[in-house]
Design a binder for this molecule. Structure first.
Ligand code: FES
Ligand SMILES: [Fe+2]
Length: 382
């Protein structure tokens, strides 16, 4: 893709030394051309979260999902394999699967073309009289799938390295902490449409420098001094124990129910848009949050709540309420930063507040995210 060179002066590129570097320049957020580069070089090359494999537990289960802005259908075929296809009819592009279902075939609701669970077109109404109609040319387009810790990931790039080589250890916590990934079940999904650039939402997630100011009350969930954050190219592995009182409640619940004790909360991020939270409730608890980039100025922030063995009870609903409160505190920030970035009044490039001794509050993760993006823009000529 040809990208016009932007004004060569007036901003600094993100440097190799976080302490010396200015933050990512605002034009990478506000210029729609940056979003075009990101669609191609970030979202169409990275492994993206799709769903939990329990959501397609049985042969024939079909689940429409969105990943990286693309409509997909994840299904389980007759051999028990989890597969994913673009949820786009080869006839004239209609969405084939509108809601979760279980069937041997996928039938397009527009003109009724029918596909089997391997994506092959098996019936196309009123085409018998067409001389050169070849159904083989009209399969659903398949997408690469990888399963890890009970979760299903997709990648649009056939050349992309394997998931295990790119995701880092973020999700390994699930089994490392003694949990069985198969026992997590999706209990609730909450979507938050936000008018912002998707990177602003990641920037916000990978630092907790803002937490004591923007989230009064959040401290009770963490022992500040005991938190850690491992910042790497694949993302940030972060976590820490809750306060002693919360931990005691949690411990009692785990003992009573025979659940392994997850004594630490993990709240990590994996490139590019996968956020992950484990623990932090009076029972094993998993959240996968994704940011769906709708346009350069719009996202859907999606919370997927998974519960261990059982349906949400009052405690878990209270937990969802607490998370919702944090998100409601963050959303005006995400929109406020977006407005500021578009303002003539914004000087443009602050510095990273790096403090490696205080992993809870440092902005090193933001630098890492920006640094990786800067290399992508550089390669694309922007
Ligand atoms: S678009 Fe699907 S059958 Fe026509
Ligand atoms: Fe926040």
């Amino acid at each position: 893709m040809a990208v016009h060179n932007l004004e060569p002066t007036g901003f600094e590129r993100v440097g190799d030394d976080a302490l010396e570097s200015k933050v990512l320049a605002p034009l990478y957020y506000t210029d729609p051309r940056a979003f075009e580069i990101e669609k191609r070089d970030v979202f169409q090359k990275a492994w993206l979260y799709a769903c939990h494999e329990n959501q397609v537990a049985n042969a024939g289960d079909q689940l429409p999902v969105e990943a990286g802005g693309q409509p997909l259908v994840v299904l389980r075929d007759r051999d028990g394999e989890v597969r994913a296809f673009f949820n786009v009819c080869a006839h004239r592009g209609m969405t084939v699967v509108g809601k979760p279902t279980c069937a041997n075939t996928l039938k397009c609701p527009y003109h009724g073309w029918v596909y089997d669970l391997s994506g092959r077109l098996v019936a196309a109404r009123n085409t018998g009289h067409l001389d050169d109609f070849d159904g083989q040319g009209f399969a659903l387009k398949e997408v690469r799938v990888a399963r890890h810790q009970g979760l299903v990931f997709v990648n649009f790039d056939p050349e992309a390295p394997a998931l295990a080589d790119t995701i880092g250890p973020v999700f390994d916590d699930i089994s490392d902490l003694g949990l069985d990934p198969a026992r997590f079940h999706l209990g609730k999904v909450v979507d938050y449409p936000v008018e912002t650039n998707w990177k602003i939402a990641i920037d916000n997630y990978v630092e907790c420098y803002h937490c004591p100011v923007a989230h009064p009350g959040i401290e009770k969930f963490f022992e500040y001094e005991k938190t850690f954050a491992d910042v790497q190219d694949w993302g940030v592995l972060a976590g820490g124990p809750p306060d002693t009182e919360t931990l005691a409640v949690y411990k009692r619940a785990c003992e009573a129910n025979g659940w392994p004790l997850v004594a630490e909360t993990r709240y990590s991020w994996a490139w590019p848009n996968i956020m992950y939270l484990l623990g932090w409730a009076p029972r094993p608890h998993l959240m996968v949050w994704t940011i769906e980039p709708v346009a350069h100025d719009r996202i859907v922030f999606r919370h997927n709540y998974f519960f261990y063995d059982v349906d949400p009870d009052a405690e878990q609903l209270a937990f969802i309420h607490a998370i919702d409160k944090v998100q409601q505190e963050d959303n005006p920030i995400l929109e406020g930063v977006w407005q500021g970035m578009n303002s003539l009044g914004f000087g443009g490039q602050g510095t990273y507040v790096i403090n490696d001794a205080d992993t809870y509050q440092t902005e090193r993760g933001v630098w890492q995210f920006h640094h990786r993006l800067q290399q992508i823009y550089d390669r694309a000529g922007m």
